[in-house]
Design a protein around this ligand. Structure first.
Ligand code: ANZ
Ligand code: ZN
Length: 827
């Protein structure tokens, strides 16, 4: 097996190995699905890559983690779908194009080429035949078709509303894309703008999205489920109708504490709600308008923050508390949001801190209606929220329990038709339109006569106009509304034939990524958005791997899409991802890598220096997959040494591939089979870092067996190295292929079968227990390593020599250092 004469120079050559095996895998379609029904199917999905520049350390970690499972499943005999693609529409491409005076498509597809080459070098076991890009016409044609299905179902609609506006990117943002009042992409402070926008009616699905999370419990990280629950924000309470002097329609408020209704001493309306403008008195209007201007400058987060000084203005209107007829003033206040509940609240300062802060600031009356035994809020300035005796509360007086009081007041309200129990959600409809170029055009034609008319299916896709050379710089309106594309925009109405205009907005890229996992099952399919048969075979995804930053946006949107498609009869399941894993981040010296900190670690350079396998081994070995990796604490150099050691061990094996391993050295075989058993459990439990540690132990054991034990020609050595190559192929696929070849096996290790441990070899070894009687060694007994004191004592007393020294004396003391020593003191 060895090239004689070159022995001294032999060793693991990472670059040569990478070239050889990546070519081999590509030529032999090693990771292509079989899809003939001969094997059980598994679908391993990594979150979409976004084509911004080349792959970075974050990709290196996420994809290495996903690949452990994909490769393991293949060895276990499953048919594995492990696709690759790019989420290739989006703002960064457009901004780069503006900066470099090129076209977004050019930047995008260039980066995709770069990343694709890097993925191949990085050895991720993708089925490349499943590749897709969301900016390709054959993909976005179907994004448009799906949009129209939502539209026809009333689940996509347009409305005027205050939208989050990024003044830098000059586009609207979904609530999810605003972090701490700033644009998630560029960091600019987000403001509000009134615009006519497209929405998906995700709120229709709020309760189902919440309920179905019970099925994900245990299979999705708790953290993600909690984030989604909070995001959906179900809130039980009641509507209460308040009459306003001089207005016919009563004003509804939403409250979670209808039991405190008798303590309502004022009402607060969101300043930016229609209602405020409607009811403000002439006298108060100038003050109100000035106040509104001030509020518009604040972000939603600022308005809700507890540290924020709550401000307001009196609207010059009076409301009547429906349960006791009390007249209460109506104010506008910034802590009330226009798009939650009804945009108006009944303020109960005694029992709500925000209301109390406001009342104290403006000198409004405070009436406690529950005696909780805590300090009086009028003196302490602290609202009381606990249970207690109801007072000043009409029908509730005498009650002492919140739940009971809520039930009672709800009944009271319902009977008199002045309110009713209800459930509210924090979740808002999904704002999907964007005023930017590089996205999927919205396939709607606006006709003066017919209104919003869907583009007929046979005219899809509505292609993006080329716009090469046009000015894409943000202007606040979509580039598709510019003069350069008048011809594209002006069309005849598909319904009446009259002059009409295309919608000029494009879709949020989260629309593109809400269904890609369906298209992956057969991306070449041309009869529909996805191949129903293929989807039935492969979906739902068995294991999804990606960052926790997608807990509320992408994952919630994908769940929503799947449920809608289920209700449309297009798929027969309603949750897309059976299991979810969030990998940690790669940081450097405790900090996230960033250009401004200059602490970035370049993946390409790491690979050039240590090789792909060493980088991947380092990433996997660094810690549990869910935890962050600090690159300052790891050593790819040490990983490389381990891989070289493993390679040499394989090179040393001298037995032939056909040899009967059962005749091999039993001690080494026991180690190997223990590893098979343990590593199998570790992969299934996703404890990937420990697998690397076990492989290191196994290689050390083989080294020792070759050098000072059974020797290189013992069949047990072959057995051990064979398994080592398979186990290592999960995280160091190139060296594993080398080892497999050195052993004289047919390539590839990726096509081999995962072994099962021989139970006979898993029986624990025995160790020698020394038995002392009154300080002198009287026996040596073979015992199991986990022997307990009772067993040890019985075994000792069964030994003839020990028995002789104990004779009929009494055992007064037992000192046990198990399993090695048992000491008896007798008298
Ligand atoms: C009276 C009351 C008394 C309230 C009390 C609470 C405690 P969650 O739990 O988050 O759903 N609220 C209602 N609509 C609002 C809006 N648009 N902007 C800001 N606050 C609003 O919160 C529901 C509670 O928040 C409601 O119950 C209401 O104040 C307020 F002792 O009504 B409560
Ligand atoms: Zn028309």
């Amino acid at each position: 097996m060895s090239d004689s004469g070159q022995a001294a120079a032999r060793g693991y050559d990472a670059v040569a190995s990478q070239q050889k095996w990546s070519t081999y895998w590509q030529e032999h379609d090693t990771f292509k699905v079989v899809d003939d029904g001969s094997r059980e199917r598994r679908y391993l999905l990594d979150m979409f890559a976004y084509p911004s520049g080349d792959l970075h350390m974050g990709h290196a970690e996420a994809f290495a983690i996903g690949d452990v499972t994909a490769r393991y499943w293949r060895l276990k005999g499953y048919d594995v779908l492990h696709p690759v693609g790019w989420d290739s529409f989006g703002l960064p491409a457009e901004n780069a194009a503006i900066k470099h005076d090129s076209h977004p498509a050019q930047w995008t597809y260039h980066n995709i080429d770069t990343q694709a080459a890097s993925f191949r070098r990085y050895g991720i076991s993708f089925d490349w035949s499943k590749r897709l890009h969301t900016s390709d016409e054959e993909y976005y044609r179907w994004t448009q078709w799906l949009f129209l299905q939502f539209f026809k179902k009333g689940l996509a609609y347009r409305k005027d509303s205050w939208a989050n506006w990024c003044p830098n990117d000059q586009t609207v943002l979904a609530n999810e894309q605003v972090k701490d009042g700033r644009c998630d992409r560029c960091g600019a402070v987000v403001t509000k703008r009134q615009l006519n926008q497209w929405y998906f009616k995700i709120t229709d699905y709020a309760q189902r999205l919440l309920d179905d999370m019970d099925r994900l419990e245990g299979n999705w990280p708790d953290r993600v489920l909690t984030m989604q629950r909070n995001w959906i924000g179900r809130s039980e309470g009641a509507y209460v109708d308040f009459r306003i002097d001089g207005r016919d329609e009563p004003v509804r408020v939403f409250t979670t504490r209808p039991d405190t209704l008798f303590g309502a001493t004022f009402m607060v309306v969101a300043p930016d709600a229609q209602l405020a403008d409607e009811i403000v008195s002439d006298e108060q209007r100038p003050a109100f308008e000035e106040y509104l201007e001030q509020v518009k400058k604040q972000t939603e987060i600022e308005r809700q923050s507890t540290e924020h000084e709550k401000t307001g203005v009196y609207l010059g209107a009076e409301a009547t508390n429906p349960v006791n007829g009390a007249k209460i003033p109506v104010w506008a206040g910034d802590y009330v949001l226009s798009d939650y509940g009804t945009g108006a609240v009944m303020a109960v300062p005694a029992h709500d801190q925000r209301d109390l802060d406001f009342a104290r600031r403006y000198g409004i009356e405070v009436i406690p209606v529950i005696d909780t035994g805590q300090a009086d809020p009028r003196e302490s300035g602290v609202a009381t929220t606990g249970d207690g005796a109801y007072q000043n509360s009409g029908v509730l007086d005498g009650l002492e329990n919140k739940a009971e009081a809520i039930a009672k007041v709800c009944e009271f309200l319902t009977d008199r038709r002045i309110g009713e129990p209800t459930v509210t959600y924090r979740l808002r409809d999904w704002l999907l339109s964007r005023q930017r170029f590089w996205g999927c055009p919205i396939p709607i034609i606006h006709c003066q006569t017919c209104g919003d008319v869907p583009v007929p299916d046979e005219q899809l896709p509505v292609k993006l106009p080329d716009l090469r050379g046009a000015d894409l710089a943000p202007k606040g309106t979509s580039p598709l509304a510019g003069v350069e594309v008048r011809q594209w925009r002006e069309v005849n109405c598909p319904r009446c034939g009259g002059p009409a205009e295309r919608d000029t907005d494009t879709m949020d890229t989260f629309v593109d990524s809400s269904w890609y996992f369906l298209r992956y099952c057969n991306p070449q399919y041309s009869q529909g958005a996805f191949d129903g048969e293929a989807v039935r075979r492969w979906m739902p995804v068995s294991q999804y791997v990606g960052g926790v930053e997608h807990a509320t946006m992408h994952l919630l949107y994908s769940r929503f899409f799947t449920k809608v498609l289920h209700d449309l009869g297009l798929v027969d399941f309603d949750e897309p991802f059976t299991k979810l894993m969030n990998q940690g981040q790669v940081v450097n010296e405790g900090k996230a890598m960033s250009k401004s900190l200059g602490n970035g670690v370049d993946l390409g350079k790491q690979i050039d220096e240590f090789g792909v396998d060493a980088v991947r081994t380092t990433v996997i070995f660094a810690g549990p997959p869910e935890e962050d990796i600090d690159w300052a604490d790891v050593s790819p150099g040490a990983s490389l040494k381990f891989l070289q050691r493993a390679w040499r061990v394989a090179d040393d094996v001298t037995s032939d591939p056909g040899v009967d391993v059962t005749t091999g050295d039993v001690a080494l075989r026991k180690i190997t089979h223990k590893m098979i058993s343990e590593i199998t459990t570790l992969v299934e439990g996703q404890r990937f870092n420990v697998i690397v540690a076990r492989c290191m132990e196994l290689i050390n054991a083989v080294r020792k067996a070759i050098d000072t034990g059974c020797g290189a020609d013992d069949p047990a050595v072959r057995e051990a190295v064979t398994f080592a190559a398979q186990a290592m192929s999960l995280f160091a696929p190139y060296v594993a292929e080398d080892m497999w070849e050195l052993l004289g096996h047919q390539p590839s290790v990726a096509s081999s079968s995962w072994p099962t441990a021989d139970p006979a070899l898993l029986v624990a070894d025995e160790v020698t227990m020394v038995v002392q009687v009154n300080g002198k060694v009287r026996g040596k007994i073979q015992v199991s390593p986990d022997v307990d004191e009772d067993q040890a004592r019985q075994l000792a007393l069964a030994d003839a020599n020990v028995k002789r020294f104990v004779a009929d004396k009494n055992i007064v003391k037992v000192i046990a250092r198990l399993p090695r020593m048992l000491s008896l003191v007798v008298k």
